[in-house]
Design a binder for this molecule. Structure first.
Ligand SMILES: [Zn+2]
Length: 819
């Protein structure tokens, strides 16, 4: 006889953590509708939603629309609810799903149903069957109906009754239950697709925003396939969700919100607008962006928690201390035009509106991200007929009234318009046209001949639109900024007609704008930064409570000094990771040094010989001769060691290099990603007498693992030596920002010789010799500025000085493992 199957989706609206989650909207469709569409793909005879009496009327229409019947039963005794339904259905097999899982793998559900029934056919049937290792929230349970009825009758455990499966699998002595590892196609236990919390819901929104809404036909929705769901879950888009935090405070203008919404349309990120926002124009602005393609569920009133760790992008004028601390603990913090004192908390600082140099240095400053107006003036107006006064927001400094009064006096024929947020306040001044904030002002600003404003986005937009601009400075800094960017301005203090007249006569009334007219996409930039990586101190490996101080920022990276161990490390990078392929030693090396690594072999070997002699001298012939070179490349140091009576062993991450060492130089070598190397297994050696890393140590992100391993495989009293760029050489000292900007993107730590002992001491090493190398007199300001030739006294003196003061740009550090 053919078995009968029923799909039963369990649903209630009274969730404690996220009430009404089944009715929350995901891409125009409720969460429940997503569940039902995918479960409808499983072959069954009946399709039911099992709910409680209170939720019944609300859910019934959704069930009907999706081809499901709706059954109301006990609210809390879910087991009873299921059994009551089963009794009315007369089915053999139940496929159980829950209504908080919109991304069910219906293919896996069908596969598990097939396996269950195959077992039954072969008389090896079971009461309960499920796949393990699916993303949390993508799986279903297959249940033998008769067994469930029996199990319910046998248990009065409250837990069993609040759930369904436990009545069977917590009583395995009575019921055969099978948990089978899912086929590899479905197996992704590290992923999460369920909706239990608000953060889960936002992840679900991201998945839908990433994939778009699938439609089978014009009317019918299609559920996502396994591959689509996995692709979405693993995408940068879902893994690094972006949450914009614009200023939505009265008095700070609407520019921040505009910029974030515009970028959010491009990146499909979320925009955080808390309920208590005081900016009056929010609804009007949101409508404008909904029409441009912003999705309603991109606007959030609550920030997601650590389970859906977002990349925070602030554009909020000045973060509060509390914000800066909370955002620092998120995955990454990228800040636009951040003006607070908490910029140390930011992984990346992007400045768009020019600021003054004497303030903090951003990672990048680029006015190309200012959205330039499309509507611009064809010709500069020589006669000023239409004037706009736009101070923005609440005008806390009260600039509007004195500005319009003096304008009326010096431009008697002009038509003066002023944008104010409180019209009533200005009712008496009839000769001026006061208007409320203008939607999309940027595209209308070209209607005016002159724009009078304070320092900010409007000033730049007006200038880009070809208007004359007068800036009203409210601080000394704003005066300097106006001067720097060539704006006509009225200094801080009282505004009167004399000063207004002077500003009108200024040569700079039409700012020449030395700034870029190029239009770059802020959204594109944010996408790239969001995919960047925050890195921890490679030695301490934890996020400190208080951010480590920033040493340098540049367009691609940020560097900090660890407060705990003192090392300088790359703390953020927006650059893609390097692969150490063959090209690293050939094309890349050649680009940097003008010859390939192998062409350079003999000169490198010569350097190595000197270093090997240093090691031998320090080692004092006390032990054996086994020498390991980590990152041995094509083996110059191994060859030098051989010539100096040591037994060389090598390891490198490049397979090609290791093959060369083994086949051409005939030294033992293995390919490994140190510290993942078993020297006992590879070479039959558990402790070496000396170990080296020449220009390798700076490439490790996990120095702790590396140094621990070196310490472990070096005998007591043995020598560990390494060479690396010096953070205390002339280049780093004379121009640190340039030094860090040109530092290769795969150098994760910068060593400063005088701090090395503190770090190495942690691993049982004692620094016994430091050799400053890479002396370049031409990099000293004294030589650079005077162009002194190589054979001059000055050059020779600087060369000596560099050596004496250890100002070489590279350094060799030799240490001994303590006994
Ligand atoms: Zn540290």
């Amino acid at each position: 006889m053919k078995t009968k199957r029923a799909v039963i989706v369990q649903c209630r609206l009274s969730s404690s953590r996220l009430p009404g989650k089944a009715l929350k909207i995901l891409g125009e469709k409720t969460v429940l509708a997503w569940v039902l569409t995918s479960m409808k793909k499983v072959k069954a005879d009946k399709y039911f939603v099992a709910t409680d009496h209170e939720s019944y009327e609300t859910l019934k229409p959704i069930c009907k629309k999706n081809g499901f019947d709706c059954f109301a039963g006990d609210l809390n005794d879910v087991l009873k609810r299921f059994c009551d339904l089963i009794k009315t259905l007369k089915v053999d097999t139940i496929i159980r799903a829950t209504a908080d899982n919109p991304f069910l793998f219906y293919e896996a559900a069908q596969a598990s149903l097939d396996e269950f029934e195959e077992r039954r056919k072969q008389k090896k049937g079971c009461a309960y069957f499920t796949f393990t290792g699916l993303p949390h929230g993508s799986g279903v349970e297959i249940i033998d109906a008769q067994s469930l009825l029996e199990a319910a009758a046998q248990t009065d455990n409250p837990y069993d009754h609040e759930h369904v499966g436990p009545a069977l699998y917590n009583h395995k002595e009575n019921f055969k239950c099978e948990f089978v590892k899912a086929p590899s196609r479905f197996y992704n236990p590290e992923l999460r697709t369920t909706i239990d919390t608000y953060s889960d819901y936002l992840r679900a929104v991201s998945i839908v925003n990433y994939l778009g809404i699938p439609k089978e036909s014009r009317k019918k929705w299609a559920p996502y396939t396994t591959e689509q769901i996995l692709d979405a879950c693993k995408s940068d888009f879902v893994q690094n969700p972006i949450v914009y935090v614009p200023s939505v405070t009265k008095g700070q203008g609407t520019g921040h919100l505009h910029r974030c919404l515009s970028a959010a349309i491009f990146t499909k990120g979320f925009v955080y607008i808390p309920k208590d926002s005081t900016l009056a124009e929010i609804p009007q602005i949101l409508d404008e962006y909904y029409q441009k393609g912003l999705n309603k569920n991109q606007i959030i009133e609550e920030l997601p928690d650590q389970t859906f760790a977002p990349v925070i992008v602030t554009d909020c004028f000045k973060m509060t201390q509390a914000q800066s601390q909370a955002f620092y603990k998120c995955k990454k913090l990228i800040s636009i035009d951040e003006g607070s004192d908490f910029t140390q908390n930011c992984d990346y600082l992007l400045d768009i509106i020019p600021s003054y140099d004497c303030e903090r240095l951003p990672n990048t400053f680029d006015t190309s991200y200012i959205e330039k107006p499309v509507n611009v003036k064809n010709t500069k107006s020589l006669n000023i007929e239409k004037v706009l006064v736009c101070i923005g927001g609440e005008d806390p400094a009260g600039l509007t009234v004195p500005a319009v009064r003096s304008l009326a006096r010096v431009l008697p024929g002009a038509q003066i318009t002023a944008i104010v947020s409180n019209l009533d306040k200005y009712r008496d001044m009839v000769q001026i046209n006061f208007i409320p904030p203008v939607e999309n002002l940027k595209e209308k600003i070209n209607e005016y001949d002159l724009v009078v404003t304070h320092y900010g986005l409007t000033a730049f937009e007006a200038a880009f639109a070809g208007c004359a601009v007068i800036m009203l400075a409210t601080t000394k800094l704003h005066e300097k900024l106006a001067q720097k960017y060539d704006f006509a301005y009225i200094p801080q203090g009282k505004i009167d007609s004399v000063k207004m007249q002077q500003a009108l006569e200024s040569q700079k009334l039409h700012p020449a704008l030395q700034l870029s007219h190029e239009q770059k996409s802020l959204g594109e930039c944010i996408n790239k930064l969001a995919a960047g990586t925050r890195l921890l101190c490679p030695v301490c490996r934890s996020l400190p409570e208080v951010p480590d101080p920033v040493i340098s920022r540049n367009a691609g990276r940020t560097y900090r000094r660890c407060r705990s161990c003192g090392i300088v490390y790359m703390s953020f990078t927006a650059e893609e990771e390097m692969e150490y392929k063959k090209s690293y030693f050939f094309e890349d090396y050649k680009k940097q040094y003008g010859k390939t690594y192998q062409e350079d072999f003999d000169s490198i070997k010569k350097q190595c010989e000197r270093r090997i002699q240093n090691i031998k001298m320090l080692e004092q012939g006390q032990g054996g001769k086994n020498y390991l070179d980590i990152g041995c490349a094509y083996g110059p140091s191994l060859a030098a060691a051989m010539d100096n009576d040591l037994n060389p062993f090598g390891t490198d991450i490049s397979e090609d290099a290791v093959q060369y060492v083994k086949n051409e130089l005939h030294f033992p070598a293995c390919c490994s990603a140190f510290p993942d190397m078993d020297s006992e297994k590879e070479f039959g050696i558990s402790k070496f007498d000396c170990i080296s890393m020449w220009y390798v140590i700076e490439h490790f992100k996990d120095l702790d693992g590396v140094l621990s391993k070196v310490s472990q495989i070096l005998r007591d009293g043995g020598i560990f030596a390494f060479a690396t760029p010096s953070g205390e050489g002339v280049s780093a000292k004379s121009n640190p920002d340039h030094f860090y900007t040109i530092s290769p993107i795969d150098h994760y730590s910068i060593w400063e010789p005088h701090r090395a002992q503190k770090i190495l001491g942690r691993y049982g090493f004692e620094v016994v010799k430091i050799v400053s190398t890479g002396h370049h007199p031409e990099r000293f300001p004294a030589i650079k500025d005077s162009n002194a030739p190589k054979d001059s006294m000055k050059w020779k003196f600087i060369d000596k000085y560099s050596k004496l003061m250890q100002l070489g740009d590279t350094v060799e550090i030799y240490c001994r493992k303590r006994k």
